[in-house]
Design a protein around this ligand. Sequence first.
Ligand code: NIG
Ligand code: FE
Length: 395
Amino acid sequence: MTTTAITHIAALVTNDPSLGDNSPLGLIQDAAVVIEGDRVVWTGESSKAPATDNAVDAAGRAVIPGFVDSHSHLLFAGDRTQEFNARMSGRAYTAGGIRTTVAATRAATDEELSANVARYLAEALRQGTTTFETKSGYGLTVQDEARALRIAARHTDEVTFLGAHIVSPDYADDPAGYVDLVTGPMLDACAPYARWIDVFCEKGAFDGDQARAVLTAGRAKGLHPRVHANQLGHGPGVQLAVELDAASADHCTHLTDADIDALAQSATVATLLPGAEFSTRATWPDARRILDAGATVALSTDCNPGSSFTSSMPFCIALAVRDMGMTPDEALWSATAGGAAALRRTDIGRIGPGARADLVVLDAPSHVHLAYRPGVPLVHEVWRRGERTGARKHG
Ligand code: NIG
Ligand code: FE
């Protein structure tokens, strides 16, 4: 197999303390990475790089692991421009807006849904995302949820069944009947396409008992839980996530000390989604408090047409640093290794021997520029599974 070295990397983030400066980012200055097929086989100082078939000169740029976006909702049609516009004029965000997207999604063809996913994925890849998770949740019938997941599974292995996003409008008077549908025929139809099961545990969506019923039914069918928890207010979501060993509790905007303790003592990752607070003008989650307690934090986009219509991990990093108390190092770690932890993956989110060759070359000498230069397109090129994509023409 051909080997390729990327050389003259000003600062390489490996996310492996033992490979670099012993910090969590495992930084190596003046570094090289050697790729063979779709894997990384060597990292270290440029001067010590082994001989390879090909070499690519990074010319003093920084290299980081590809972003792992562990939370998105890309199976939708239409948009909610008017709702956003009204919100920016003072109207509050509620879970009810989801119904608008449900109607548009049901009316869309398979081709339209698939083209939509492909479009947002391409957008994300250009901004450095090499792995993404995505969910159903805008179909809310057996057929519409199953087709969303069937389409999603063509684009990623990290597929999540979110039939319990809100109670379907068809069951407005019978929420218990909807939970029976989700945990019965809908789960049966959806489980073959999904790895994960999720529920929106929130006032206006599903309460703790309903959420528990959904997640335990999913687990019995081989799906692993993750939970939309404590986004709009305090509630049982985080504690439930920890109790059921969910891979992540997502949002975590309103946390009690007990919620934070529970996260810190568990393997459940707190996935923070600053795009949602930005786009709904909501209170920021206190990342500092969660990190200081010792919990693992992931950063993700939550890309969806209602609460967070961004596919940009660099944007989320900038917000997390500016407004959520994270350091640039912590934010970078959370957007890469943290996302991998939230998907319980060890092959991504790091750059070291055996890892998938997913990496981003930045038009900057350091990863700190992602927060320092907000809104600037700093992604020079992206390597995904060892293949170079999106190299810019200018050098
Ligand atoms: O994660 N919180 C629930 N679901 C999405 C919002 C979906 C929508 O508004 O369409 C979220 O923010
Ligand atoms: Fe979400």
